[in-house]
Design a protein around this ligand. Sequence first.
Ligand SMILES: [Zn+2]
Length: 426
Amino acid sequence: MTAESGPDAASGDRSPAHEGFSFTPGTFLPDGLGRTGVIHTPHGDIRTPAFIAVGTKATVKAVLPESVAGVGAQAVLANAYHLFLQPGPDIVDEAGGLGAFMNWPGPTFTDSGGFQVMSLGVGFKKVLAMDATGLADDDVIAEGKNRLAHVDDDGVTFTSHLNGDRHRFTPEVSMGIQHQLGADVMFAFDECTTLLNTRGYQERSLARTQEWAVRCLAEHGRLTAERAHKPYQALFGVVQGAQYEDLRRQAARDLAGLEVDGHRFDGYGIGGALEKENLGTIVGWVCSELPVDRPRHLLGISEPDDFFAAIEAGADTFDCVMPSRVGRNAAIYTLDGRFNVNTAASRRDFRPLDPDCDCYTCAHYTRAYLHHLFKAKEMLAATLATIHNERFTVRLVDDIRASIEQGRFEEFRTQFLGRFYARARG
Ligand SMILES: [Zn+2]
């Protein structure tokens, strides 16, 4: 299937304000969901599928922006919650926006802050206690845990993890912050639930998220007009619905059809806690309901096998904190799986981290040197490990993209995962 023959191709409803942001689908997998493409933004193009490097606080931890570009990353995703607390979105705005502030000339994303606000000490760390009747409110939390966030129909009140100050996020507040941060892609403010929430709670939460989507679009339209001198910022609606097929599909259809004051979502995020074994299935339900000419971002993902599943099911971009996070703890990705350079096996190993890697670290340094840096707790350890792991991840996604273009996705998946997980299988 090509872009021209796909459902809803080129629906052509772009208002002039949306100029500078668009998505061009490329080659599709035989089932028509997974695809390559190009996202055009005011700060450059993103060839998809693409891994978006995570720069939570306007920095990819431990590495220079030049190194982020050097590993081939095409875009960086920062977090609205963290930048709201520190340094404050007004300062980022005065600096000329996120990219100018952090010296990253390419495309940028910000997430809405909802995930961080709502997982402050609860939810995703599984301390949120819900009763089985579906009557429990969202402020019921496990014994011995402090409640840092409270969700109501209008927004979320939360306590700063930095200094204990009370703050409130609503859809309008999140849009205001994200417009000030100035990223090319923003996300609508949504309620993040956990797999522990009851079906009844998921339904009520989803209704709330859909109402918030309407408010986000309205405020986005107002701010876009007010800040017409700035480059256009695209807004992605976020599809929730947990593990329920009917809820996921309905949410995707509702968001796909939503139009407020002439504004529609420019793309879609797929949010919520996903069990690893259902990831591809859930992404597939959602993507089969979304318009083919808008990009889809999977919010948060972890391991190489997830990349294949998400891309096959139609995700165009995804962010993943794992390569840099585990790298700072000495875990190194190679084509033969993950290993820890901290262990004695690397002490006298003078090979590169991965003999097949083309990164700066592998070109100049040995496992023995990285082992030494981690043991000595030298900062350079985190820098060199991050460069390698980010390159590994970017290259994997580049290779997946090439495999789709060349019609050998399945072959590449079998070959890559067979080798990567061979050691785990013993
Ligand atoms: Zn490397």
